[in-house]
Write a protein that binds this ligand. Structure first.
Ligand code: PFF
Length: 465
C-alpha cells in the first residue's frame, strides 16, 4: 500500500513542503502585528523559545508517527495498536477541515488584493470593510483559491505537493528578500525597525505569553496531524530530527523577515511616527495599500502586487497541507480514489466556509455571532472568529498535548527513539534526551494549560491573567 500512497522524491522536497505548510498567513499576516503589540523583540525572544523548546519535540513526534506507520492520522494511531487514540487523529482532521474553511476566505482576500493592486486600485485599503462584504467577488476569489489548492493536491505527493513547493517556496524567499531590500531604503525605515525590534519588556503579560505560544504552535502547523500526514510520505533514508530543525528554522526565519519587510513600509507612511497605523489584522489589508500608493503609480503597482502575490503563495502551500490531511484519511481509510477525495473535500470545505465569508458584515447574525471573552472583557465576534477559536485555539493545543502524552506514555519514547534513529547520522544524544523529556513533561503540561486557559477564559470568562 505504501507505494500507491506516494512519497516525497527528495529530502529537500519534503522539507520545502513541510516548511510551506508552516509558512503561511500566520507568518506574514499575524506575526508582525503580534510582535508590534507584544513588546517587539521581547515577543520575538519568547516566540523563538517556544518554537524550539516546545514545538520542535512535537514536530519530531508527528513526523516519526507518520513515517513509522505510513498512514493518515486516524490510521496511524490504529496501526500503532491503540485504536482509542485514533480520536486524536479524528480531532485533527476536523480541526484541519475547519481551519481551511476560514483560512481559504482570507487567502481569497489576499489573492483579490493582488488583482486590485495590479490594476492600480490602491484605494482598496480604505475600502477593506466594504470590500469583504462584496461576497460574490470575494467568494469567487475563494473558489479560485480552493480550486488551485485542489488541483495541486489532486496531482499527488511528488507530482503535486512537492513540485509546487519546490517552485513556490524559493520564489517566496526571493520576493521577501527583494521587498526587504527595497523597504530598508525608504525614509524612516530605521524607526520601523526600532519599533519592531527594540524590546519593551513592560509589554509582556500573560496574554502576550499566551498569544506567543498559540502563534508558535499554529505557525508550525502542529497538533492536527498535518505533519503525521506529510511524515507518512517520507522515506526511511531521511533524518527526521534534522529535517524538523530545518523546518522550524525556515518558519521562524520567514516570520522574522516578514516583520523586517513590513515595519519599514509602515514607518515610511507615518513619517517614522508609527501613529495612525491600523493595528491588528488590518495592518496588511488596510495600511499597506496606502504605502504602495505613496511609492508612485508604477513602482507602487510592482511592489504592491509582488507583496500580495507573495502572501497568496505563502497561503497556498498551507492550504495544500490543510486539504491533504482529510484527503489522506479518505484515501487510506475509506479507500476513496484521490481525485474524488480531493474535489469532494474541497467542495465540502468551501461550503462550510460560506458562513465565515458572510460573517464579515454581510449577514448581521453571522457578523455578531457570539461573545468571546478576551483581554478581560466580553467582545462580540463573528462566525470566523468562532471557528478559529474552536479549531485553532482549542483543538490544536489539545491535539498537541494528546500527541505528546501518546508518544511518552502509550507508544513510549524508546519506540520514538528507534524511529528517529533511522536515517539519522551524527546524532547528538542530548537532543534525543531533550525531546524525550519535553514530550513526557513540558509539552503535555504547557499545551494542556493553554487548552484549559482558552476554554475557561474565552468561553466562560474566567480570567486567568
Ligand atoms: N502554519 C500555517 C500558517 O502559519 O499560516 C497555518 C496552518 C497550516 C496551520 C496547516 C495548521 C496546518 F496544519
Amino acid at each position: 500500500m505504501a507505494t500507491s500512497r506516494g512519497q516525497f522524491n527528495t529530502r529537500i522536497g519534503f522539507i520545502l513542503a513541510a516548511a510551506g505548510s508552516a509558512v503561511g498567513l500566520g507568518n506574514i499576516w499575524k506575526f508582525p502585528f503580534e510582535v508590534g503589540q507584544g513588546g517587539g523583540a521581547a515577543f520575538v525572544v519568547l516566540y523563538l523559545t517556544f518554537c524550539f523548546m516546545l514545538c520542535f519535540p512535537v514536530m519530531v513526534s508527528e513526523i516519526a508517527i507518520g513515517r513509522k506507520t505510513q498512514l493518515n492520522p486516524v490510521g496511524a494511531f490504529k496501526k500503532l495498536g491503540h485504536g482509542n487514540w485514533s480520536i486524536i487523529g479524528l480531532l485533527g482532521i476536523i480541526a484541519g477541515v475547519l481551519i481551511l474553511s476560514f483560512y481559504n476566505v482570507v487567502a481569497g482576500w489576499a489573492f483579490g488584493y493582488f488583482v486590485e493592486i495590479v490594476q492600480g486600485n490602491f484605494g482598496i485599503g480604505e475600502q477593506f470593510p466594504e470590500y469583504i462584504q462584496q461576497i460574490f467577488k470575494v467568494g469567487a476569489y475563494g473558489i479560485i483559491f480552493m480550486t488551485v489548492t485542489a488541483f495541486i493536491v489532486s496531482k499527488g505527493i511528488a507530482g503535486g505537493i512537492e513540485k509546487a513547493s519546490k517552485i513556490l517556496m524559493p520564489t517566496l524567499f526571493i520576493m521577501i528578500i527583494g521587498l526587504i531590500a527595497y523597504s530598508l531604503t525608504l525614509d524612516g525605515a530605521m524607526e520601523g525597525i526600532k519599533f519592531y525590534l527594540v524590546p519593551d519588556f513592560s509589554e509582556i503579560n500573560g496574554e502576550v505569553v499566551y498569544s506567543a505560544l498559540g502563534q508558535a504552535f499554529f505557525s508550525l502547523s502542529l497538533g492536527m496531524g498535518a505533519l503525521i500526514t506529510y511524515g507518512s510520505y517520507v522515506s526511511k533514508q531521511q533524518n527526521i530530527v534534522r529535517s524538523a530543525a530545518l523546518i522550524t528554522l525556515t518558519d521562524v526565519s520567514i516570520a522574522f523577515l516578514a516583520g523586517l519587510m513590513i515595519f519599514p513600509f509602515v514607518a515610511y507612511l507615518s513619517n517614522g511616527s508609527m501613529e495612525g497605523v491600523a493595528g491588528g489584522p488590518g495592518l496588511i489589508f488596510m495600511t499597506l495599500p496606502g504605502v504602495f500608493e505613496s511609492l508612485g503609480p508604477t513602482l507602487g503597482v510592482v511592489i504592491g502586487s509582488v507583496f500580495f502575490l507573495l502572501l497568496s503563495f505563502a497561503a497556498l502551500t498551507s492550504t495544500v497541507s490543510l486539504l491533504e490531511v482529510p484527503v489522506a484519511y479518505l484515501v487510506d481509510e475509506k479507500k476513496i480514489k484521490r481525485p474524488y477525495a480531493v474535489w469532494g473535500m474541497a467542495l465540502f470545505i468551501f461550503v462550510i466556509g460560506i458562513p465565515s465569508l458572510l460573517g464579515n458584515g454581510y449577514v448581521e447574525s453571522l457578523t455578531s455571532f457570539m461573545e468571546i471573552h478576551k483581554e478581560g472583557e466580553w467582545q462580540t465576534k463573528g462566525f470566523m472568529d468562532f471557528v478559529e477559536l474552536i479549531a485553532s485555539d482549542t483543538f490544536l493545543p489539545i491535539g498537541g498535548a494528546l500527541i505528546s502524552i501518546f508518544v511518552a506514555y502509550v507508544w513510549k519514547t524508546n519506540n520514538l527513539n528507534e524511529e528517529i534513529a533511522i536515517g539519522r547520522e551524527n546524532a547528538i544524544p542530548l537532543v534525543t534526551k531533550y525531546i524525550n523529556f519535553a514530550v513526557s513533561f513540558i509539552c503535555p503540561v504547557i499545551l494542556g494549560a493553554i487548552a484549559i486557559t482558552t476554554i475557561l477564559d474565552r468561553f466562560f470568562g474566567v480570567q486567568i491573567f
